[in-house]
Unconditional design. Structure first.
Length: 278
């Protein structure tokens, strides 16, 4: 059975890989990207199974028009993949206002608006699912990526809410948390000029790891892509899917640490209740 996908950010990275894999197996893809000509090779090979539209997800009105057009043209869309995004490499003091605004507008607000635009169509179909591509950085943190984390923690909280709201309609949402893989993410980072005050700090260590090519990249991008497709094929609808040993271990450590700290404050938390617990 042919599945129809709507994917943002398909010019490179997981968006491009998903598009390639899905077309190769006979699915239909509505691919959005800033420069549709970047997929001319796939269009020549796969014809009308590939529908493309120019889209910058920071343009909310354009998001609505493109999503509406995709559903109107293709009739049914089974899976919406929110993939468009990028990172800012900077300590909290180093980033410019423009850099902060762009990463929030793209990763958080852009993803929110794609979901909002798609939901009326998915509800009308009474079926469908959303994959929100996040990262380990949606639940843990690394110095010099604070604004990236702000966008990813934000979209994960939003998506948890959405998943609960849409379940009564027979719809599902899964947050995908890929670990580091050899995609274009590291080379496309928006990098702020360093402040000398941050030399020899954890923020500088992360910056140097990225710029020097020393940041660990333990995952296979093709396998990560296949795992996303396999999830949809399986029919399973977990709220989150961690992909990669780095994601699994880093998120586990973050959750374990937060739980331990949370438990340490049990007594003071209960002490402020209007009626103290007995």
């Amino acid at each position: 059975m042919t599945t129809t996908w709507f994917i943002t950010g398909t010019s490179s990275g997981f968006g491009r890989l998903l598009t390639e894999h899905l077309l190769a197996r006979g699915d239909r893809v509505a691919a959005t990207l800033r420069r549709p000509e970047a997929l001319d090779d796939l269009r020549a090979e796969h014809g009308d199974r590939l529908w493309t539209a120019p889209l910058d997800v920071t343009d909310t009105e354009r998001v609505r028009r493109v999503v509406d057009e995709a559903f109107e043209t293709l009739g049914t869309i089974d899976v919406v993949v929110n993939n468009a995004g990028y990172g800012v490499l900077a300590s909290v003091e180093e980033a410019s206002d423009g850099q902060i605004r762009r990463v929030i507008d793209t990763n958080l607000l852009g993803s929110i608006q794609v979901i909002r635009a798609a939901l009326p169509h998915l509800r009308a179909q009474a079926r469908g699912r959303i994959l929100q591509v996040s990262t380990a950085g949606g639940q843990t943190t690394y110095p010099s990526l604070g604004y990236y984390h702000a966008s990813k923690w934000g979209i994960e909280g939003f998506c948890e809410t959405v998943a609960r709201e849409i379940a009564p309609f027979g719809l599902a949402l899964t947050i995908i948390e890929p670990g580091a893989a050899p995609t274009s993410f590291g080379t496309s980072l928006d990098i702020a000029p360093p402040l000398p005050e941050y030399e020899n700090t954890p923020a500088a260590d992360t910056r140097q790891a990225f710029l020097g090519g020393h940041f660990p990249v333990p995952n296979n991008a093709e396998k990560l892509t296949e795992a996303m497709i396999d999830l949809v094929d399986s029919g399973a609808t977990p709220l989150r899917l961690p992909l990669g040993p780095d994601t699994y271990e880093d998120v586990r450590a973050a959750l374990t640490g937060r739980l331990a700290e949370h438990e340490a404050h049990r007594d003071v938390a209960h002490s402020v209740a209007a009626t103290p617990a007995r």
